[in-house]
Design a protein around this ligand. Structure first.
Ligand SMILES: Nc1ncnc2c1ncn2[C@@H]1O[C@H](COP(=O)(O)OP(=O)(O)O)[C@@H](O)[C@H]1O
Ligand SMILES: [Mg+2]
Length: 321
C-alpha cells in the first residue's frame, strides 16, 4: 500500500507557491497508522489472531447453563445464541433450549417455530421426547435448538397441576443427553424474564447459572432476589447448581456510568465475572432480523469478537468444582 502522507508530500511539489503556503496552514494530515480507523483495524486483527492462536478445550462432560436474569432486555437471549454459536464455531456440539414464549432464540438461530411447530412446550407438558423436537440450526455444524412457540406462554399455568412440575425439563434433557450418540459439550437454556415455573425448570435442569448484567443504572437491583431464588433451588431442588459466570453486556466505555457499574459488579463477583465485556453494538442488535447470530452475520465485528472471546474464556475456565 502506498503511504498516504507520501502522496500528499509529492503532490505539494508541483503546486504553485501560494497553494503551498495555504496548505501549510491547514491542519496536518495524520499518518494513516495514527487514524482511529487504522487503530481499530489493527485491534481487530490482533484480536482475530489471538482467537485463532489456540484451539478451545472441550469439556469431557456436558456443561449445562441456564442464562437467567428476571429483568427483560438485559441481553439473555443475545448472550445465549451468540455464545452457543461461538462455541459451535470452535468445534463444540451445542444445544440451545429456548424457554421463552417469545421464541427470540429460535428466531436468531434460524429454526422454525410457527404456532404448529412441535416445540419445548410439547416436551415439558406432553412428554414428547426431546430427540423428536430438537432442530438443527443452519448457523453452524453441530448447533441445535429446541424451539419455543407461543404455546409456551400457557405452560406456566399448566405446569402448576402436573406431577414433578419443577423437574420436567431436567428429566427430558437427561434422557436426551443420555441417549445421544455423540456428546453435547454445552447446553444453554434461555429463560423468560420472570422467576416462574419455567425458570425454575431451567434452574433444576442446569448445573451452572450465567447471569448477563446490563451496564446501566439499577443493574444490581433485583440481583439479590435472583441470587436468593437460586440459593433456594440449590437447597431444595438442585444441590449441584452454581452461579459460575457473570457477563457484562451492552457496555459503552464512553460513559462513566458503565465503568462504575462494571467495577461494582467485579467488586461483588470477582471470580464469576468474565474479563470480556460485550460492547453495545448495532451489528449485534440487527443480526436477529436476518435470522442469524452476530457470529455468522458479521464475524469480524467488535461485537462478534467479544462473544467469541467470552466463549473462549468460558471454555478455558472449565466447569466449577
Ligand atoms: N450488545 C448489544 N448491543 C446492542 N444491542 C443489544 C446488545 N445486546 C442485546 N441487544 C439488544 O437489546 C435488546 C434486548 O436483548 P435480549 O438479548 O433480547 O434481552 P433479554 O433476552 O434479556 O430480554 C434486543 O433488541 C437486542 O437485540
Ligand atoms: Mg430474551
Amino acid at each position: 500500500m502506498k503511504h498516504p502522507e507520501g502522496d500528499i508530500a509529492e503532490a505539494a511539489v508541483d503546486e504553485p507557491v501560494e497553494a503551498q503556503a495555504e496548505s501549510r496552514e491547514r491542519p496536518s494530515v495524520p499518518a494513516f497508522e495514527e487514524t482511529p480507523l487504522a487503530r481499530e483495524l489493527a485491534e481487530i486483527h490482533r484480536r482475530k489472531q489471538a482467537l485463532a492462536a489456540e484451539a478451545l478445550p472441550l469439556p469431557s462432560a456436558t456443561r449445562i447453563f441456564t442464562v437467567a436474569n428476571q429483568k427483560g432486555g438485559v441481553g439473555k437471549t443475545t448472550t445465549t445464541v451468540n455464545l452457543a454459536a461461538a462455541l459451535a464455531r470452535a468445534g463444540a456440539r451445542v444445544l440451545v433450549i429456548d424457554l421463552d414464549p417469545q421464541g427470540n432464540a429460535s428466531t436468531a438461530l434460524g429454526v422454525e417455530h410457527r404456532s404448529d411447530t412441535v416445540s419445548v412446550y410439547d416436551v415439558i407438558i406432553n412428554d414428547e421426547p426431546m430427540a423428536d423436537v430438537v432442530q438443527k440450526s443452519p448457523e453452524f455444524e453441530a448447533l441445535y435448538c429446541l424451539p419455543a412457540t407461543i404455546h409456551l406462554a400457557g405452560a406456566e399455568i399448566e405446569l402448576v397441576s402436573l406431577v414433578a412440575r419443577e423437574q420436567r425439563l431436567r428429566t427430558a434433557l437427561d434422557q436426551f443427553l443420555n441417549e445421544s450418540e455423540e456428546l453435547f459439550h454445552f447446553v444453554f437454556i434461555d429463560c423468560p424474564p420472570s422467576l416462574g415455573l419455567l425458570t425454575i425448570n431451567a434452574f433444576v435442569a442446569a448445573r451452572e447459572v450465567l447471569i448477563p448484567i446490563q451496564c446501566e443504572y439499577y443493574a444490581l437491583e433485583g440481583l439479590s432476589q435472583l441470587l436468593k431464588n437460586i440459593e433456594l433451588i440449590e437447597k431444595h431442588l438442585n444441590p449441584a447448581l452454581a452461579v459460575s459466570t457473570i457477563l457484562l453486556t451492552m457496555y459503552d466505555g464512553r460513559t462513566n456510568l458503565a465503568n462504575q457499574v462494571a467495577q461494582e459488579v467485579r467488586d461483588h463477583f470477582p471470580k464469576e465475572t468474565l474479563r470480556t465485556l460485550i460492547p453495545r453494538s448495532v451489528r449485534i442488535s440487527e443480526a436477529p432480523s436476518y435470522g442469524q447470530t452476530v457470529i455468522s452475520y458479521d464475524t469480524n465485528s467488535p461485537g462478534s469478537l467479544s462473544y467469541l472471546e467470552a466463549a473462549a474464556e468460558i471454555a478455558r475456565r472449565g466447569a466449577p468444582d
